[in-house]
Design a protein around this ligand. Structure first.
Ligand SMILES: [Zn+2]
Length: 78
């Protein structure tokens, strides 16, 4: 099953910031002030669940930097 925007159904540039965590594309997320606000709230709520450094700007949404192999090596204390 492929992902698609729950508003316009396009599969491009999706983020998990719909009102209930639905996939939504960036242009739909920013298409009205209400959607933009809902998107920002969803983003903030997801950020708030993560303790420590966070990776953003990726399709999966914010996640702990420690889970990213690109950053994990740098975060280990030797
Ligand atoms: Zn869309």
């Amino acid at each position: 099953m492929s992902k698609s925007c729950h508003i316009c159904t396009r599969p491009d540039d999706l983020r998990p910031y719909g009102p209930k965590g639905e996939w939504v594309c960036f242009s739909c997320a920013m298409s009205t002030p209400e959607r933009r606000r809902a998107t920002e709230q969803q983003f903030a709520a997801q950020m708030a669940t993560i303790d420590g450094p966070v990776v953003i700007g990726e399709e999966v949404g914010p996640y702990p930097a420690a889970h990213d192999p690109r950053f994990a090596g740098r975060m280990q204390h030797e």
